[in-house]
Design a protein around this ligand. Structure first.
Ligand code: E4P
Length: 239
């Protein structure tokens, strides 16, 4: 299972990189709009920061021909680019054309398992199920995610499903439990997963340190070699 970062913000990506938590990056036009105006430049900066990781950029055209043109432009940024196309009929026509050119496509804004099956059969390398958004409109997104994982697994399809629109830390657990290949997570949810649980974790850490200090324990390189007293004690035991 891989964790992608659902953000184009370089400060957020730098921190997640430091934490060792980014296996890839997803963006969409809305996410890009929070970081600037020039799509190729923003995606280029992400690739500079994370040169060996998959980075997903989305086309904005609505007709097949222009989508293909934009997909080629985005793909030219680097060898690990993935092109997001919406799960529309026009966009699906672009998938086999791009797949033929070895351009990896992620079919996005998916809300049903049927859409995910069609996208995979058309040649999409990834499908992004809007799992969290399904919950918001009153469905159980995780059920659809499980169906997609099972169908892809049943037929050994190479397409990987990305559980997207993650809203809270528990979503990560629920999506991992049904076998999501990738979960793409906004920065804030990564941070919530740490910070919301932190007071209790901190309580245990404080307890450890309090007892350690009370007993006068210490840590130093010298503890590696036996002190005189330790040596005497050891000799008594061995005698
Ligand atoms: C995924 O690739 C999308 O960028 C993202 O998860 C969309 O979710 P949202 O619209 O609920 O934020």
């Amino acid at each position: 299972m891989k964790l992608f970062a659902d953000t184009a913000d370089l400060t957020e990506l730098k921190e997640l990189k430091e934490l060792g938590l980014v296996n890839g990056v997803t963006t969409n036009p809305q996410i890009i709009s929070h970081s600037g105006k020039n799509l190729l430049k923003i995606l280029g900066s992400i690739v500079d920061l994370l040169p060996n990781l998959p980075v997903v950029g989305m086309v904005v055209a609505t007709d097949t021909k222009t989508m293909i043109k934009e997909a080629r432009m985005i793909n030219s940024i680097g060898p690990n680019m993935i092109i997001k196309l919406p799960a529309t009929i026009e966009a699906t026509k672009a998938i086999p054309v791009l797949a033929e050119e070895n351009i990896k496509v992620c079919s996005t804004c998916i809300v049903t398992a049927a859409q995910a099956v069609l996208a995979a059969k058309a040649g999409a390398a990834y499908t992004a199920l809007f799992t969290g958004q399904l919950d918001i409109i009153g469905y159980k997104g995780v059920d659809t995610l499980r169906d997609i994982v099972n169908i892809y697994g049943h037929f050994n399809l190479k397409t990987q499903v990305i559980a997207a629109s993650v809203k809270k830390p528990q979503d990560i657990v629920d999506y991992a439990l049904v076998g999501a290949h990738i979960i793409t997570i906004p920065y804030q949810v990564f941070m919530d997963a740490f910070s919301r649980a932190l007071p209790l974790t901190q309580y245990f850490v404080d307890t450890f340190y309090r007892d350690w200090e009370k007993a006068g324990c210490y840590i130093t390189d010298e503890t590696i070699s036996l002190g005189k007293k330790d040596e005497e004690d050891l000799n008594k035991i061995l005698a």
